[in-house]
Design a protein around this ligand. Structure first.
Ligand code: MSP
Length: 657
């Protein structure tokens, strides 16, 4: 039994293992912070947690980076790993296992699995003919290339024709399709599940799982001329961590397998985690992970993916330093504020773009104003009126109990759904309720009127609510939660937070609060932005100035009728490569028919149920013989690269302004 008096269960959570040739940027940090948040939550609930992250260290890409720096690959990866570990420490990441694919234990698990798959007839020798993208370490058939380049990263690919081993992914296609359909929680979010289903239905080919031997790979056990494909090597890390293949760890493996949650970015879902990975597990007759959740990307304001090769990397620690500089917050507080921002600002499955304005606004509004104010108003009152001592709850106390219970359930549900934003929204509703309670009860008046019983009840409730809030924010902002815990005097009293204690009236009376400095100093956003702009301007001096854009009046803009729509049907327009015929529900009696040039970028199936923004008063036009009664907004100058959607569900027909 755990501290919450519930049976202890194991919770195994993973992040992808990161290519070690790169330095950690905001995208990698996003996934690892999210995993850390869930791991901390389940620990708080009293579960035994195995939270694993690590580094992907083999392959041509790493080898090339090492050579470019004049280093032996092992020396290179050993150095780079330090940067990853340091970043995780700085970002308050508390992992249980850091796996490196160069560990002997992992290498032997990979070879063992390869051999098992050969023995079971799932891996067979053949001849690979096609293309290879080294940066993505991906085999690509001719048909998948886009303008002769990698469809994923747009970079040039290399021709390949050599003997190789293949894994029979095709054999598992039907089983996988049914599994995904029958287990809606397996691939999340739902939009990604549809993409995966479309991919499998499009025909799943056997995957090449070896290459001609190079110096920096794991050799195929019985064929020294071949190396095991780095993606197979990488995916096996999840098994190694759980203790696969190690006889001594047999029990451990049974205890941890399968993972509860595997967090990954959307780019490595379809080809790898949602197809190759489960097919390998099926071949090994192992249960599949409960949930694979593919989160969105952090992109630049121009919609570009943040990546080293594009030179637009955002270093999370530079952001932290910037925040310290602009706000006078401590580094610890700045780190937690960034964690808060990343998990609150954008729904986990969608893309988000980083901006200082958004970060500073969240910092001021949610942290300094809402949470900071609650703390900075309540503790001085307890100090002044009650000599810093937490009173007995008394008969009138417990007024925030219902709100606390509702918040606890809402957060539990949101975290089960891996919806960080929803969880934080619920917690901030409780913060708002506590602030409102203080405003309405006016403890200063109760004091002036010598209404001691009422005064004590109000201040007890507020301090008790702060205690609950401190527990609830622990997974998201562990250091700030601890600071609040200390200021409430709970640390000194020897109390430790548990999720079960997120209930009213569990604050021990008689303890003394230990008021500290305000945690969140407010930022003057205008000044901060102009300081940042000043810096950016001096850096961009050499850049040519963009011509002034032509403006339109608000009246001109208001002529546009923009509405939220939901795609209810999507079909290719026969005889065309680019066009889709979409039926979009915009809240009218009949769905609108819209012809859109999206066919090259989007599979019709993945568009189903997608929320979009429609120009509803565009003059109808006939395109390739099909009438189009509107236009769907998308990002992209010449070709659409992303659809404009809403950040939460809105009824079809809602006006967009
Ligand atoms: N090594 C493979 C994963 C093997 S897992 C068995 C790999 N590594 S990676 O370093 O390139 O990417 C790791 C993860 O970082 C991916 O999930 C990817 O989605 C994520 N991100 C990389 N850039 C990102 C953003 N800009 N935004 C959000 N996450 C992105 O792929």
């Amino acid at each position: 039994m755990n501290r919450n008096n519930q049976p202890t269960t194991n919770f195994y959570i993973t992040t992808p293992i990161y290519y070690v040739n790169d330095l950690p940027h905001i995208g990698h940090s996003y996934c690892t912070i999210a995993a850390d948040c869930l791991a901390r939550y389940y620990r708080l609930c009293g579960h035994q947690v195995l939270f694993a992250t690590g580094t992907d260290e083999h392959g041509q890409k790493i080898m090339r980076s090492a050579t470019q720096r004049g280093k032996a690959p092992q020396e290179f990866v050993d150095e780079m790993v330090q940067a990853w570990k340091q970043m995780w420490e700085r970002l308050h990441i508390k992992y249980d296992r850091f796996i490196r694919t160069t560990e002997p234990e992992h290498i032997s698990a990979v070879q063992d699995i390869f051999q098992r798959l050969v023995d079971g007839g799932d891996i067979y020798p053949g001849e690979y003919q096609g293309w290879y993208c080294v940066p993505c370490e991906t085999y690509l058939p001719e048909a998948d290339l886009q303008d002769g380049r990698c469809p994923q990263c747009g970079r040039p690919v290399e021709p390949m024709s050599e003997p190789a081993y293949f894994f029979r992914t095709s054999k598992y296609a039907d089983r996988l399709l049914h599994y995904i359909e029958e287990h809606p929680q397996f691939i999340m979010p739902a939009t990604r599940r549809n993409e995966v289903l479309a991919f499998i239905e499009g025909g799943m080919h056997d995957v090449c799982v070896s290459r001609q031997r190079t110096e920096w790979d794991i050799p195929v056990p019985t064929d020294n001329a071949q190396s095991i494909y780095v993606w197979l090597d990488a995916l096996v890390n999840y098994l190694t961590v759980a203790g696969y293949g190690d006889k001594q760890q047999h029990q451990a493996f049974a205890q941890w397998w399968p993972p509860h949650v595997q967090l990954i970015g959307k780019d490595i879902l379809t080809r790898f985690h949602a197809t190759l990975w489960p097919a390998v597990l099926m071949a090994l007759e192992l249960p599949l992970p409960r949930t694979i959740f593919a989160h969105g990307w952090w992109v630049t304001n121009e919609g570009d993916k943040i990546s080293k090769s594009k030179g637009n990397v955002l270093d999370p620690y530079q952001i932290v330093r910037g925040l310290v500089d602009l706000s006078d917050a401590t580094t610890t507080v700045a780190v937690d504020s960034l964690r808060y921002f990343l998990l609150r600002e954008v729904p986990f499955g969608l893309d988000g773009s980083f901006s200082w304005n958004a970060l500073l606004s969240r910092f001021n509004a949610d942290l300094a104003n809402d949470l900071g104010n609650l703390l900075n108003r309540s503790l001085p009152l307890i100090e002044r009126y009650l000599g810093s001592q937490i009173p007995q709850p008394g008969p009138g106390a417990g007024e925030l109990a219902d709100q606390i219970d509702q918040t606890r359930s809402a957060v539990e549900q949101a975290l089960t759904d891996i919806d960080f934003r929803q969880a934080l929204t619920a917690i901030w509703q409780l913060v708002a309720a506590a602030n409102k309670f203080l405003d309405e009860r006016e403890p200063w008046n109760l004091y002036n009127q010598s209404k001691t019983v009422e005064l004590e009840a109000v201040l007890y409730d507020v301090a008790d609510c702060l205690r609950v809030i401190a527990i609830m924010i622990t997974p998201f902002m562990p250091a700030i939660a601890e600071e609040i815990w200390e200021q409430l005097g709970l640390g000194a009293a020897g109390a430790t937070p548990t999720w079960a204690a997120c209930r009213a009236q569990q604050l021990p009376p008689g303890i003394y609060i230990q008021r500290g400095e305000p945690i969140f100093p407010r930022v003057d956003i205008k000044r901060a932005l102009s300081r940042l702009e000043g810096r950016a301007a001096s850096e961009a001096e050499k850049e040519t100035k963009a011509p002034p854009s032509t403006t339109i009046t608000i009246q001109q803009f208001s002529k546009l009728e923009l509405k939220v729509g939901v795609i209810v049907e999507a079909h290719r327009v026969p005889g065309t490569d680019k066009l889709l015929r979409l039926l979009v529900d915009i809240g009218e009696d009949q769905p609108r028919q819209v012809v859109a040039g999206l066919a090259e970028q989007f599979n019709p199936r993945e568009l189903l149920d997608q929320q979009v923004v429609v120009v509803a008063n565009l003059e109808p036009a006939t395109i390739q013989g099909v009438e189009s009664q509107g236009m769907i907004l998308a990002v992209g100058d010449k070709e659409p690269i992303a659809l404009i959607t809403t950040d939460r569900q809105c009824p079809p027909g809602s006006i967009v302004r």
